[in-house]
Design a protein around this ligand. Structure first.
Ligand code: GSH
Length: 210
């Protein structure tokens, strides 16, 4: 019997959400332990499980992993979502890192003082429309393929859908000028494992859970 991966983080999106997305897209069931008290967090530290004293932490394949980016790359490689060669892999890394930067801006906005929050979110939507989404629209246009890399579903596609949905929560019309991204969103959302993850009651966390 294979053991399910175990995810250890707060009961929110934060840095763990992309890990949940990647596992869900690969059709992998996982368990979650939510850190809700300082004692729980200190216990993990005392046990020496957190390499740099930080979460996310994932137990998988007999290992205890930390560092979000390292965990995501491991999962992408393990579940055949990381390109067919180094050149595809480096492109997947670039696209995924861009989306992770944008996601982190959104996550950090939650910690802004209330009077700055609205303005900050407006700026983030503007940045999505001017810096990030045009790049992905162009890739889809230039390559004329259904997926971002190698005409095959990869971690980059999962990341892009996740960030599109996050920015749409801030501005539902954000894709108005990006027809290929809109079609991409519909296409990737319809992949059975992802469709399931998007249903209420899945391990996906809501916008209110940062
Ligand atoms: N580079 C790390 C950063 C992890 C990180 O900052 N985790 C936060 C929670 S989101 C944390 O554990 N903070 C407690 C601390 O730094 O002491 C990663 O990407 O996983």
């Amino acid at each position: 019997m294979t053991t399910k991966p175990k995810l250890c983080y707060f009961r929110g999106r934060g840095r763990m959400e992309s890990i949940r997305w990647l596992l869900a897209a690969a059709g992998v069931e996982f368990e979650e332990e939510f850190i809700e008290t300082r004692e729980q967090y200190e216990k993990l530290q005392k046990e020496g499980l957190l390499l740099f004293g930080q979460v996310p932490m994932v137990e998988i394949d007999g290992m205890v992993l930390t560092q979000t980016r390292a965990i995501l790359s491991y999962l992408a490689a393990k579940y055949d979502s990381y390109g067919k060669d180094l050149k595809e892999t480096v492109r997947i890394n670039m696209y995924a890192d861009g989306t992770l930067d944008l996601m982190m801006m959104i996550a950090l906005a939650a910690f802004k003082p209330p009077e700055e929050k609205e303005e900050n979110l407006t700026l983030i939507v503007k940045k999505a429309k001017t810096r990030y989404f045009p790049v992905f629209e162009k890739i889809l246009n230039d390559r004329g393929e259904d997926f971002l890399v190698g005409n095959k579903f990869s971690w980059a596609d999962i990341q892009l859908l996740e960030v599109i949905l996050m920015v749409e929560e801030l501005d539902a019309s954000v894709l108005a000028d990006f027809p290929l991204l809109k079609a991409f969103e519909a296409r990737i959302s319809n992949i059975p494992t992802i469709r399931k993850f998007l249903q209420p009651g899945s391990p996906r966390k809501s916008i209110l859970q940062f």
